[in-house]
Design a protein around this ligand. Structure first.
Ligand code: HEC
Length: 485
Protein backbone atom coordinates (compact mmCIF):
# COMPACT_ATOMS: atom_id res chain seq x y z
CA UNK A 1 0.00 0.00 0.00
CA UNK A 2 1.35 3.36 -0.97
CA UNK A 3 0.70 5.93 1.65
CA UNK A 4 1.09 9.07 -0.34
CA UNK A 5 -0.90 11.35 1.82
CA UNK A 6 0.44 10.92 5.23
CA UNK A 7 -1.00 14.21 6.30
CA UNK A 8 -1.93 12.90 9.67
CA UNK A 9 1.56 13.43 10.94
CA UNK A 10 1.51 17.12 10.27
CA UNK A 11 -1.88 17.84 11.69
CA UNK A 12 -1.52 18.95 15.22
CA UNK A 13 -4.14 16.75 15.98
CA UNK A 14 -5.54 13.58 14.92
CA UNK A 15 -4.95 12.85 18.47
CA UNK A 16 -6.72 16.05 19.13
CA UNK A 17 -9.97 15.14 17.43
CA UNK A 18 -11.46 15.09 20.81
CA UNK A 19 -15.00 15.94 20.69
CA UNK A 20 -16.18 18.22 23.40
CA UNK A 21 -19.19 17.19 25.24
CA UNK A 22 -22.24 18.49 26.91
CA UNK A 23 -24.84 20.82 25.55
CA UNK A 24 -27.57 19.63 23.31
CA UNK A 25 -26.61 21.54 20.21
CA UNK A 26 -30.26 21.89 19.47
CA UNK A 27 -30.94 23.96 16.45
CA UNK A 28 -34.68 24.27 16.53
CA UNK A 29 -36.34 27.52 17.42
CA UNK A 30 -36.02 30.73 15.54
CA UNK A 31 -39.31 30.49 13.80
CA UNK A 32 -42.35 31.89 15.43
CA UNK A 33 -45.80 30.49 15.20
CA UNK A 34 -46.51 27.19 13.55
CA UNK A 35 -48.21 25.57 16.47
CA UNK A 36 -50.88 23.19 15.45
CA UNK A 37 -54.29 24.67 15.14
CA UNK A 38 -56.17 21.88 16.74
CA UNK A 39 -58.85 19.65 15.47
CA UNK A 40 -58.76 19.85 11.68
CA UNK A 41 -60.70 17.02 10.09
CA UNK A 42 -61.15 17.26 6.37
CA UNK A 43 -59.15 19.16 3.77
CA UNK A 44 -58.97 22.89 4.35
CA UNK A 45 -58.81 25.74 1.90
CA UNK A 46 -55.21 24.90 1.02
CA UNK A 47 -56.35 21.35 0.25
CA UNK A 48 -53.17 19.89 1.75
CA UNK A 49 -53.82 16.63 3.59
CA UNK A 50 -51.72 14.08 5.43
CA UNK A 51 -52.35 11.10 3.18
CA UNK A 52 -52.12 12.94 -0.11
CA UNK A 53 -49.23 15.33 0.54
CA UNK A 54 -47.42 14.76 3.82
CA UNK A 55 -47.21 10.99 4.15
CA UNK A 56 -45.07 10.58 0.97
CA UNK A 57 -42.62 13.17 2.37
CA UNK A 58 -42.38 11.36 5.69
CA UNK A 59 -41.84 8.02 3.93
CA UNK A 60 -38.91 9.24 1.89
CA UNK A 61 -37.30 11.79 4.19
CA UNK A 62 -38.14 10.95 7.81
CA UNK A 63 -39.09 7.35 8.49
CA UNK A 64 -35.56 5.95 8.15
CA UNK A 65 -35.03 7.38 11.65
CA UNK A 66 -38.58 8.07 12.83
CA UNK A 67 -39.85 4.47 12.99
CA UNK A 68 -39.55 1.55 15.36
CA UNK A 69 -35.87 0.71 15.77
CA UNK A 70 -34.80 4.03 14.21
CA UNK A 71 -32.54 6.49 16.03
CA UNK A 72 -35.16 9.20 16.50
CA UNK A 73 -37.13 9.54 19.74
CA UNK A 74 -40.54 9.15 18.13
CA UNK A 75 -42.10 7.42 15.20
CA UNK A 76 -43.68 9.33 12.30
CA UNK A 77 -45.45 6.45 10.58
CA UNK A 78 -49.12 7.14 11.08
CA UNK A 79 -51.42 10.13 10.86
CA UNK A 80 -51.79 10.06 14.65
CA UNK A 81 -47.97 10.20 15.11
CA UNK A 82 -47.62 13.12 12.73
CA UNK A 83 -50.64 15.01 14.04
CA UNK A 84 -49.28 14.85 17.58
CA UNK A 85 -45.99 16.47 16.46
CA UNK A 86 -47.39 18.71 13.73
CA UNK A 87 -46.28 22.03 15.26
CA UNK A 88 -42.80 20.74 15.95
CA UNK A 89 -42.54 19.17 12.48
CA UNK A 90 -43.38 22.53 10.94
CA UNK A 91 -40.72 24.36 12.98
CA UNK A 92 -38.00 21.72 12.51
CA UNK A 93 -38.53 21.53 8.75
CA UNK A 94 -38.81 25.31 8.28
CA UNK A 95 -35.47 25.79 10.06
CA UNK A 96 -34.03 22.81 8.13
CA UNK A 97 -33.04 21.20 11.42
CA UNK A 98 -34.93 18.14 10.12
CA UNK A 99 -34.08 16.05 8.27
CA UNK A 100 -30.62 16.58 9.74
CA UNK A 101 -28.21 17.57 6.95
CA UNK A 102 -25.74 20.39 7.50
CA UNK A 103 -24.41 20.88 3.96
CA UNK A 104 -26.06 23.74 2.11
CA UNK A 105 -25.24 25.80 -0.94
CA UNK A 106 -25.06 29.56 -0.51
CA UNK A 107 -24.22 32.56 -2.67
CA UNK A 108 -20.56 32.28 -1.66
CA UNK A 109 -20.33 28.50 -1.59
CA UNK A 110 -21.78 26.34 -4.32
CA UNK A 111 -20.12 22.92 -4.41
CA UNK A 112 -19.92 21.64 -7.99
CA UNK A 113 -21.75 18.41 -7.25
CA UNK A 114 -24.70 17.37 -5.14
CA UNK A 115 -24.05 15.07 -2.18
CA UNK A 116 -25.06 11.42 -2.06
CA UNK A 117 -28.17 10.47 -0.09
CA UNK A 118 -29.08 14.09 0.61
CA UNK A 119 -32.46 13.81 2.38
CA UNK A 120 -33.11 17.59 2.42
CA UNK A 121 -36.59 18.83 1.64
CA UNK A 122 -37.26 21.19 -1.24
CA UNK A 123 -38.70 24.63 -0.52
CA UNK A 124 -41.98 23.37 -2.01
CA UNK A 125 -42.09 20.41 0.41
CA UNK A 126 -41.37 22.68 3.38
CA UNK A 127 -44.20 24.92 2.26
CA UNK A 128 -46.58 21.96 1.92
CA UNK A 129 -45.84 21.02 5.52
CA UNK A 130 -46.39 24.60 6.69
CA UNK A 131 -49.67 24.79 4.76
CA UNK A 132 -50.78 21.46 6.20
CA UNK A 133 -50.14 22.65 9.74
CA UNK A 134 -51.70 26.07 9.12
CA UNK A 135 -54.77 24.29 7.79
CA UNK A 136 -55.19 22.32 11.02
CA UNK A 137 -53.13 19.29 9.94
CA UNK A 138 -56.04 17.38 8.41
CA UNK A 139 -55.87 13.66 7.71
CA UNK A 140 -57.65 13.68 4.38
CA UNK A 141 -58.88 10.55 2.63
CA UNK A 142 -56.95 7.34 3.41
CA UNK A 143 -57.56 6.37 -0.24
CA UNK A 144 -55.05 9.10 -1.20
CA UNK A 145 -52.31 7.45 0.87
CA UNK A 146 -49.15 6.38 -0.97
CA UNK A 147 -48.39 2.65 -1.17
CA UNK A 148 -46.86 1.34 2.06
CA UNK A 149 -43.05 1.41 1.96
CA UNK A 150 -40.40 0.05 4.24
CA UNK A 151 -38.36 2.88 5.77
CA UNK A 152 -35.06 3.49 3.92
CA UNK A 153 -32.27 1.45 5.49
CA UNK A 154 -29.46 3.72 6.67
CA UNK A 155 -27.30 0.86 7.95
CA UNK A 156 -24.23 -0.59 6.27
CA UNK A 157 -25.20 -2.80 3.34
CA UNK A 158 -23.85 -6.36 3.28
CA UNK A 159 -21.47 -6.15 6.26
CA UNK A 160 -18.90 -8.95 6.46
CA UNK A 161 -17.81 -8.68 10.10
CA UNK A 162 -18.33 -6.85 13.37
CA UNK A 163 -15.68 -6.26 16.01
CA UNK A 164 -15.97 -5.01 19.55
CA UNK A 165 -13.61 -4.82 22.53
CA UNK A 166 -12.93 -8.18 24.19
CA UNK A 167 -15.08 -7.14 27.16
CA UNK A 168 -17.37 -4.18 27.90
CA UNK A 169 -15.74 -1.24 29.64
CA UNK A 170 -17.07 0.24 32.86
CA UNK A 171 -16.29 3.91 33.43
CA UNK A 172 -14.46 4.84 36.56
CA UNK A 173 -15.22 8.26 37.98
CA UNK A 174 -17.02 11.27 36.59
CA UNK A 175 -14.55 13.18 34.41
CA UNK A 176 -14.09 12.85 30.62
CA UNK A 177 -12.15 9.70 29.80
CA UNK A 178 -10.32 8.51 26.72
CA UNK A 179 -9.83 4.74 26.31
CA UNK A 180 -8.04 3.00 23.48
CA UNK A 181 -9.37 -0.50 22.83
CA UNK A 182 -7.09 -2.85 20.95
CA UNK A 183 -9.16 -4.93 18.57
CA UNK A 184 -7.98 -7.80 16.42
CA UNK A 185 -9.97 -7.85 13.17
CA UNK A 186 -8.18 -11.14 12.27
CA UNK A 187 -7.17 -10.06 8.81
CA UNK A 188 -5.20 -12.76 7.04
CA UNK A 189 -4.86 -12.13 3.32
CA UNK A 190 -5.47 -9.03 1.23
CA UNK A 191 -8.35 -7.05 2.64
CA UNK A 192 -9.93 -3.79 1.62
CA UNK A 193 -12.42 -1.86 3.70
CA UNK A 194 -15.28 -0.67 1.50
CA UNK A 195 -17.74 0.50 4.15
CA UNK A 196 -18.24 0.71 7.89
CA UNK A 197 -20.61 1.66 10.64
CA UNK A 198 -19.64 2.42 14.23
CA UNK A 199 -22.32 1.86 16.86
CA UNK A 200 -21.77 3.22 20.34
CA UNK A 201 -22.73 0.71 23.03
CA UNK A 202 -23.88 3.23 25.61
CA UNK A 203 -24.98 6.31 23.67
CA UNK A 204 -25.40 8.39 26.80
CA UNK A 205 -21.65 8.47 27.47
CA UNK A 206 -19.88 7.85 24.13
CA UNK A 207 -18.98 11.14 22.51
CA UNK A 208 -16.69 10.02 19.75
CA UNK A 209 -14.85 6.99 18.46
CA UNK A 210 -11.87 7.01 16.11
CA UNK A 211 -10.44 3.80 14.69
CA UNK A 212 -6.77 3.63 13.74
CA UNK A 213 -4.84 0.77 12.23
CA UNK A 214 -1.36 -0.13 13.43
CA UNK A 215 1.10 -3.01 13.29
CA UNK A 216 0.79 -5.31 16.30
CA UNK A 217 4.39 -4.58 17.24
CA UNK A 218 3.61 -0.88 17.67
CA UNK A 219 1.21 -1.52 20.52
CA UNK A 220 3.21 -1.83 23.69
CA UNK A 221 0.77 -0.42 26.25
CA UNK A 222 -0.40 -2.54 29.17
CA UNK A 223 -4.01 -3.56 28.60
CA UNK A 224 -6.78 -4.05 31.15
CA UNK A 225 -9.47 -6.75 31.10
CA UNK A 226 -11.35 -4.97 28.30
CA UNK A 227 -8.17 -4.89 26.21
CA UNK A 228 -7.83 -1.13 26.61
CA UNK A 229 -5.48 1.53 27.89
CA UNK A 230 -5.92 5.14 28.92
CA UNK A 231 -5.22 7.45 25.96
CA UNK A 232 -6.06 11.08 26.61
CA UNK A 233 -4.60 13.08 23.74
CA UNK A 234 -4.24 10.23 21.27
CA UNK A 235 -3.52 6.54 20.82
CA UNK A 236 0.16 7.01 21.61
CA UNK A 237 1.46 5.11 18.59
CA UNK A 238 4.27 6.09 16.23
CA UNK A 239 2.27 6.01 12.97
CA UNK A 240 -1.43 5.54 13.61
CA UNK A 241 -3.48 5.62 10.42
CA UNK A 242 -7.04 6.85 10.77
CA UNK A 243 -9.43 4.46 9.08
CA UNK A 244 -12.85 5.22 10.54
CA UNK A 245 -14.53 7.86 12.69
CA UNK A 246 -17.79 8.29 14.51
CA UNK A 247 -19.24 11.35 16.17
CA UNK A 248 -22.86 12.05 17.08
CA UNK A 249 -25.00 11.90 13.96
CA UNK A 250 -22.55 9.98 11.79
CA UNK A 251 -24.27 7.18 9.93
CA UNK A 252 -22.88 4.23 8.00
CA UNK A 253 -20.09 5.14 5.59
CA UNK A 254 -20.35 3.40 2.22
CA UNK A 255 -17.56 3.91 -0.27
CA UNK A 256 -18.30 3.92 -4.00
CA UNK A 257 -17.70 0.73 -5.98
CA UNK A 258 -14.04 0.45 -6.89
CA UNK A 259 -12.82 2.25 -3.75
CA UNK A 260 -11.38 0.53 -0.68
CA UNK A 261 -8.95 1.14 2.13
CA UNK A 262 -6.21 -1.51 2.13
CA UNK A 263 -5.62 -3.31 5.43
CA UNK A 264 -2.48 -5.32 5.95
CA UNK A 265 -2.65 -8.93 7.14
CA UNK A 266 -2.16 -9.02 10.90
CA UNK A 267 -3.03 -5.35 11.35
CA UNK A 268 -4.59 -4.39 14.68
CA UNK A 269 -7.20 -1.72 15.27
CA UNK A 270 -7.07 0.82 18.04
CA UNK A 271 -10.48 2.27 18.76
CA UNK A 272 -10.18 5.48 20.76
CA UNK A 273 -13.44 6.21 22.56
CA UNK A 274 -14.06 9.51 24.30
CA UNK A 275 -16.45 9.07 27.22
CA UNK A 276 -18.29 11.99 28.72
CA UNK A 277 -20.19 10.99 31.85
CA UNK A 278 -22.69 13.60 33.04
CA UNK A 279 -25.53 13.98 35.46
CA UNK A 280 -28.16 12.32 33.25
CA UNK A 281 -25.94 9.60 31.85
CA UNK A 282 -26.70 5.95 32.26
CA UNK A 283 -23.47 4.44 33.55
CA UNK A 284 -23.94 0.95 32.05
CA UNK A 285 -20.74 -0.58 30.64
CA UNK A 286 -19.96 0.34 27.04
CA UNK A 287 -19.05 -1.90 24.17
CA UNK A 288 -18.77 0.15 20.99
CA UNK A 289 -18.93 -1.92 17.82
CA UNK A 290 -17.22 -1.47 14.47
CA UNK A 291 -19.10 -3.17 11.65
CA UNK A 292 -17.23 -3.44 8.37
CA UNK A 293 -17.58 -4.63 4.86
CA UNK A 294 -14.26 -6.11 3.73
CA UNK A 295 -13.43 -7.53 0.36
CA UNK A 296 -10.42 -9.43 -0.93
CA UNK A 297 -10.82 -7.90 -4.38
CA UNK A 298 -8.29 -5.18 -5.03
CA UNK A 299 -10.16 -1.97 -5.93
CA UNK A 300 -8.90 0.58 -8.42
CA UNK A 301 -8.80 3.42 -5.86
CA UNK A 302 -7.72 3.66 -2.27
CA UNK A 303 -9.58 5.68 0.35
CA UNK A 304 -7.65 7.95 2.66
CA UNK A 305 -9.54 9.94 5.31
CA UNK A 306 -7.61 12.86 6.79
CA UNK A 307 -8.31 15.55 9.36
CA UNK A 308 -6.98 18.87 8.13
CA UNK A 309 -6.61 21.91 10.34
CA UNK A 310 -6.18 22.59 14.05
CA UNK A 311 -3.00 24.54 13.41
CA UNK A 312 -2.10 26.99 16.13
CA UNK A 313 1.02 28.54 14.61
CA UNK A 314 1.39 31.13 11.82
CA UNK A 315 1.44 29.94 8.21
CA UNK A 316 4.81 28.61 7.17
CA UNK A 317 5.42 26.93 3.82
CA UNK A 318 1.72 27.30 3.11
CA UNK A 319 0.57 25.47 6.24
CA UNK A 320 -0.80 27.02 9.41
CA UNK A 321 -3.24 29.42 11.00
CA UNK A 322 -4.16 32.65 9.19
CA UNK A 323 -4.13 36.00 11.00
CA UNK A 324 -7.42 37.38 12.31
CA UNK A 325 -8.42 40.79 13.70
CA UNK A 326 -8.58 39.47 17.29
CA UNK A 327 -4.91 38.41 17.34
CA UNK A 328 -2.84 40.12 20.00
CA UNK A 329 0.85 40.96 19.55
CA UNK A 330 0.63 40.76 15.76
CA UNK A 331 0.98 36.95 15.57
CA UNK A 332 -1.82 34.57 14.66
CA UNK A 333 -3.30 32.81 17.66
CA UNK A 334 -6.19 30.36 17.95
CA UNK A 335 -8.23 32.29 20.50
CA UNK A 336 -11.93 32.99 20.41
CA UNK A 337 -12.49 36.00 22.68
CA UNK A 338 -15.25 35.77 25.28
CA UNK A 339 -18.43 37.53 24.11
CA UNK A 340 -17.45 37.68 20.44
CA UNK A 341 -20.22 36.44 18.18
CA UNK A 342 -18.33 36.98 14.92
CA UNK A 343 -14.91 35.44 15.48
CA UNK A 344 -13.34 33.39 12.66
CA UNK A 345 -10.31 31.10 12.51
CA UNK A 346 -8.89 30.09 9.14
CA UNK A 347 -6.73 27.01 8.69
CA UNK A 348 -4.57 26.74 5.58
CA UNK A 349 -3.03 23.58 4.18
CA UNK A 350 -1.02 23.71 0.97
CA UNK A 351 -0.29 20.22 -0.30
CA UNK A 352 3.50 19.73 -0.26
CA UNK A 353 4.77 18.43 -3.60
CA UNK A 354 6.69 15.62 -1.92
CA UNK A 355 3.44 14.06 -0.71
CA UNK A 356 2.28 13.29 -4.23
CA UNK A 357 5.62 12.08 -5.51
CA UNK A 358 6.22 8.50 -4.46
CA UNK A 359 9.46 7.94 -2.60
CA UNK A 360 11.89 6.26 -4.98
CA UNK A 361 10.20 7.53 -8.12
CA UNK A 362 7.25 6.29 -10.11
CA UNK A 363 4.17 8.11 -11.33
CA UNK A 364 2.96 11.12 -9.40
CA UNK A 365 -0.31 10.24 -7.72
CA UNK A 366 -2.76 13.07 -7.28
CA UNK A 367 -5.53 12.56 -4.76
CA UNK A 368 -9.11 13.49 -5.52
CA UNK A 369 -11.66 14.70 -3.02
CA UNK A 370 -14.51 12.23 -2.54
CA UNK A 371 -16.05 13.44 0.71
CA UNK A 372 -15.85 16.42 3.04
CA UNK A 373 -17.06 16.98 6.59
CA UNK A 374 -16.75 19.71 9.22
CA UNK A 375 -15.62 19.44 12.79
CA UNK A 376 -15.78 21.95 15.62
CA UNK A 377 -17.05 21.81 19.19
CA UNK A 378 -19.82 23.86 20.80
CA UNK A 379 -18.64 27.43 20.17
CA UNK A 380 -18.60 26.73 16.42
CA UNK A 381 -21.60 27.89 14.40
CA UNK A 382 -20.57 27.62 10.73
CA UNK A 383 -17.75 26.16 8.65
CA UNK A 384 -16.62 26.24 5.01
CA UNK A 385 -13.98 24.23 3.20
CA UNK A 386 -12.54 25.58 -0.06
CA UNK A 387 -9.69 24.70 -2.37
CA UNK A 388 -7.60 26.87 -4.68
CA UNK A 389 -6.11 24.81 -7.49
CA UNK A 390 -2.57 26.00 -8.20
CA UNK A 391 -2.44 23.80 -11.28
CA UNK A 392 -6.04 22.92 -12.18
CA UNK A 393 -6.41 19.38 -13.53
CA UNK A 394 -9.16 17.75 -15.54
CA UNK A 395 -11.19 20.94 -15.91
CA UNK A 396 -11.13 21.87 -12.21
CA UNK A 397 -11.87 25.60 -11.72
CA UNK A 398 -9.13 27.84 -10.31
CA UNK A 399 -10.96 27.90 -7.01
CA UNK A 400 -13.98 26.07 -5.62
CA UNK A 401 -15.96 25.71 -2.44
CA UNK A 402 -16.13 22.10 -1.30
CA UNK A 403 -18.51 22.29 1.64
CA UNK A 404 -20.60 24.89 3.44
CA UNK A 405 -22.16 24.09 6.82
CA UNK A 406 -23.95 27.32 7.74
CA UNK A 407 -25.76 26.05 10.85
CA UNK A 408 -23.29 23.77 12.60
CA UNK A 409 -24.90 21.30 14.98
CA UNK A 410 -22.54 19.32 17.17
CA UNK A 411 -25.08 16.49 17.34
CA UNK A 412 -25.09 15.93 13.60
CA UNK A 413 -21.57 15.37 12.34
CA UNK A 414 -21.55 13.82 8.94
CA UNK A 415 -19.29 13.26 6.04
CA UNK A 416 -20.73 14.51 2.76
CA UNK A 417 -19.85 12.40 -0.28
CA UNK A 418 -20.07 13.89 -3.77
CA UNK A 419 -22.64 12.26 -5.99
CA UNK A 420 -20.58 11.98 -9.14
CA UNK A 421 -18.30 9.65 -11.01
CA UNK A 422 -14.80 9.32 -9.48
CA UNK A 423 -13.17 10.65 -12.63
CA UNK A 424 -15.01 13.96 -12.15
CA UNK A 425 -14.07 14.53 -8.49
CA UNK A 426 -11.98 17.63 -7.69
CA UNK A 427 -8.23 16.98 -7.61
CA UNK A 428 -6.00 18.03 -4.75
CA UNK A 429 -2.77 18.59 -6.55
CA UNK A 430 0.65 19.60 -5.27
CA UNK A 431 0.61 23.26 -4.15
CA UNK A 432 -3.20 23.41 -4.12
CA UNK A 433 -4.37 25.35 -1.09
CA UNK A 434 -7.12 23.92 1.10
CA UNK A 435 -8.73 26.43 3.44
CA UNK A 436 -10.98 25.59 6.37
CA UNK A 437 -12.83 28.60 7.76
CA UNK A 438 -14.55 28.22 11.10
CA UNK A 439 -17.01 30.74 12.49
CA UNK A 440 -17.68 30.93 16.22
CA UNK A 441 -20.22 32.49 18.55
CA UNK A 442 -18.73 32.70 22.02
CA UNK A 443 -21.78 34.32 23.63
CA UNK A 444 -24.74 33.08 25.63
CA UNK A 445 -26.83 33.55 22.44
CA UNK A 446 -25.19 30.34 21.19
CA UNK A 447 -27.59 27.84 22.72
CA UNK A 448 -25.37 24.77 22.51
CA UNK A 449 -22.59 26.67 24.25
CA UNK A 450 -24.85 28.31 26.82
CA UNK A 451 -26.23 24.99 28.05
CA UNK A 452 -22.72 23.59 28.37
CA UNK A 453 -21.56 26.69 30.26
CA UNK A 454 -24.44 26.31 32.69
CA UNK A 455 -23.82 22.55 33.02
CA UNK A 456 -20.26 23.38 34.08
CA UNK A 457 -21.45 25.80 36.71
CA UNK A 458 -19.87 28.77 34.92
CA UNK A 459 -21.62 32.11 34.70
CA UNK A 460 -20.60 33.18 31.20
CA UNK A 461 -18.22 32.66 28.29
CA UNK A 462 -14.45 32.70 28.67
CA UNK A 463 -11.74 33.01 26.00
CA UNK A 464 -11.61 29.69 24.16
CA UNK A 465 -8.45 28.20 22.67
CA UNK A 466 -7.51 25.15 20.62
CA UNK A 467 -7.68 22.00 22.71
CA UNK A 468 -9.41 18.89 23.83
CA UNK A 469 -11.77 19.67 26.67
CA UNK A 470 -15.42 20.54 26.54
CA UNK A 471 -15.02 24.28 26.22
CA UNK A 472 -11.96 24.19 24.01
CA UNK A 473 -12.41 24.44 20.27
CA UNK A 474 -11.22 22.92 17.04
CA UNK A 475 -11.33 23.79 13.36
CA UNK A 476 -10.95 20.76 11.13
CA UNK A 477 -11.94 19.73 7.65
CA UNK A 478 -12.60 16.00 7.52
CA UNK A 479 -11.55 15.13 3.99
CA UNK A 480 -11.92 11.72 2.35
CA UNK A 481 -9.40 11.43 -0.48
CA UNK A 482 -9.26 8.77 -3.16
CA UNK A 483 -6.32 7.99 -5.41
CA UNK A 484 -5.21 5.21 -7.72
CA UNK A 485 -4.06 2.22 -5.68
C1 HEC B 1 -31.11 10.71 10.23
C2 HEC B 1 -32.20 10.51 11.15
C3 HEC B 1 -33.39 11.42 11.09
C4 HEC B 1 -34.12 11.80 9.98
C5 HEC B 1 -33.92 11.37 8.53
C6 HEC B 1 -35.14 12.68 10.48
N1 HEC B 1 -35.04 12.83 11.82
FE1 HEC B 1 -36.21 13.99 13.02
N2 HEC B 1 -35.07 13.51 14.62
C7 HEC B 1 -34.03 12.62 14.63
C8 HEC B 1 -33.45 12.57 15.96
C9 HEC B 1 -32.29 11.69 16.40
C10 HEC B 1 -34.16 13.48 16.75
C11 HEC B 1 -33.93 13.85 18.23
C12 HEC B 1 -32.67 14.66 18.39
C13 HEC B 1 -32.66 15.94 17.62
O1 HEC B 1 -33.64 16.72 17.70
O2 HEC B 1 -31.66 16.20 16.93
C14 HEC B 1 -35.18 14.06 15.88
C15 HEC B 1 -36.09 15.01 16.29
C16 HEC B 1 -37.15 15.45 15.51
C17 HEC B 1 -38.20 16.33 15.97
C18 HEC B 1 -38.29 16.94 17.35
C19 HEC B 1 -39.09 16.04 18.22
C20 HEC B 1 -39.60 16.77 19.45
O3 HEC B 1 -39.26 16.34 20.53
O4 HEC B 1 -40.34 17.76 19.26
C21 HEC B 1 -39.07 16.50 14.94
C22 HEC B 1 -40.34 17.29 14.94
C23 HEC B 1 -38.54 15.75 13.83
N3 HEC B 1 -37.39 15.12 14.20
C24 HEC B 1 -39.14 15.69 12.58
C25 HEC B 1 -38.55 15.10 11.48
C26 HEC B 1 -39.12 15.17 10.15
C27 HEC B 1 -40.43 15.85 9.81
C28 HEC B 1 -38.24 14.53 9.33
C29 HEC B 1 -38.35 14.37 7.85
C30 HEC B 1 -38.72 15.53 7.08
C31 HEC B 1 -37.16 14.03 10.15
N4 HEC B 1 -37.39 14.41 11.44
C32 HEC B 1 -36.09 13.30 9.66
C33 HEC B 1 -33.58 11.89 13.55
C34 HEC B 1 -34.00 12.06 12.24
Amino acid sequence: MKSILSLVGVLCGVSALVIACGGNGSSGGGVSGGETADGGVGPTSSGVTFHKDIEPILQDHCQACHSAGGIAPMSLLTYQDAQLFAGSIQVKTATRAMPPWGARSSASCKPRYAFKSDPSLTDAQIKLIADWVAGGSPEGDPKDAPAAKLPPDLGLKKPTQSNAPIAPYTLKGQGDQFRCFVIDPKIVGDAYLTGYDITPGNKTIVHHALVFSAAATEITQALDASGSYDCFGGPGLATPKLIAAWAPGTGAVDLPANVGLPLKAGTKFIMQVHYHPHANANMAPDSTTLTMRLTATRPEYTFDPELIGNFSGAIKDGIGLAADPDDRNGTPEFRIPANSSTHTETQVFTLPANLVTPVGGGAVITPQILAVGAHMHLVGVAEEVRVKHAVPMNGDPAEECLLNVPAWDFNWQRSYQYDTDITKLPYYNANDVLTVTCHYDNTMQNRALASSILEQGMTGPKDVVLGETTLDEMCLGVVGFVYKL
